[in-house]
Design a protein around this ligand. Structure first.
Ligand code: AMP
Ligand code: MN
Ligand code: MN
Ligand code: MN
Length: 290
């Protein structure tokens, strides 16, 4: 019996809209057998998700999506199977959260000065309810106040590079992110590699440096990849000697075009990042026993 893996998802601990328990129950209903919770720059949702996964009878992979600045470009590195108690990782993520807090004030200041939109910090903080603040919370505020027609529009008009509310990232280095993840016993994965504004050459350089500093895999299957992009990333993985991961990047039911557990199989030739996790055999044994 082959398990259904979805190794990239978000909860309200970062910019998702379901609680960790709701997310896990939804994954179980979607017949996901192995779910990774990978909130941006925080492990705050993991304990609740672990408990919910035990109750729902699915496997929860402790994960995180670390924000990285690589050659002045933001890229995301997912950590899978990390020890959430690992101190160097916690300290590193605390630094990124502090940058997020500072950036939130700066986004609000710029929105006020450059676009005449006040009250953004108070509103975004309220949406985040004391948890980590993301640009997604600012986008919801802009949408709800009628400044944008949709989330994408809010990003396009106010939050992306060259927009009034844009603040350049000052995230972890690639080396730091991979070191935190591998130091915590996990595997590092380049998230949604087709989404970055990088040429094929630069993407090869990114994945090459990533592998040199101990990275394991890239997301070949992503909720944000087209079929063609998937095939290009499958080739890149095999060329670079990297394993292949699969994750929806689910943020909640508000984006119905991204669903948990609805991913294509990895293209042939890919070596799954979960190859050595021993989970499929466990599933077979359980089936045999039950
Ligand atoms: P942050 O890490 O706070 O800079 O926010 C990045 C998050 O914003 C991503 O993880 C996405 O969830 C969301 N996001 C980024 N770009 C867009 C976009 N164009 N449309 C909708 N959501 C976006
Ligand atoms: Mn997000
Ligand atoms: Mn991402
Ligand atoms: Mn994500």
């Amino acid at each position: 019996m082959s398990l259904n893996y979805d190794l990239h998802s978000h909860s309200i601990a970062s910019d998702g809209t379901l609680t960790p328990s709701e997310l896990v129950r939804h994954a179980a209903a979607q017949r996901v057998g192995v779910l990774a919770l990978t909130d941006h720059d925080t492990l705050a949702g993991i304990a609740e998700a672990q408990q919910a996964a035990r109750e729902a009878g699915i496997r929860l992979v402790a994960g995180v999506e670390v924000s990285v600045t690589w050659r002045a470009q933001t890229v995301h590195v997912v950590g899978l199977q990390v020890d959430p108690a690992h101190e160097a990782m916690q300290a590193g993520l605390a630094r990124l959260q502090a940058f997020r807090d500072w950036r939130a004030g700066e986004i609000a200041r710029r929105l006020e000065q450059r676009a005449g939109i006040g009250g953004a910090l108070e509103a975004a903080s309220e949406y985040a309810r004391g948890r980590l603040i993301s640009r997604t919370h600012f986008a919801r505020f802009l949408l709800d106040r009628g400044h944008a027609r949709g989330m994408q529009d809010a990003f396009d008009r106010y939050l992306k590079r060259n927009c009034p509310g844009y603040v350049p990232g000052d995230w972890a280095t690639l080396e730091e992110a991979v070191a935190w993840i591998t130091g915590a016993g996990g595997q590092a994965v380049v998230a949604h590699p087709a989404r970055y504004p990088l040429t094929a050459t630069r993407l090869r350089e990114l994945t090459g440096e990533f592998k040199d500093c101990g990275g394991s895999a890239i997301e070949v299957i992503s909720g944000s990849h087209s079929r063609d992009e998937t095939l290009v990333m499958a080739k890149l993985a095999s060329r670079q000697g990297l394993l292949a991961s699969a994750g929806s990047d689910y943020h909640g039911p508000e984006n119905p075009w991204v669903e948990l557990g609805r991913l294509h199989a990895l293209p042939s030739g890919c070596v799954p990042v979960w190859r050595d996790w021993g989970m499929d055999e466990a599933a077979v044994r359980e089936q045999a026993a039950g």
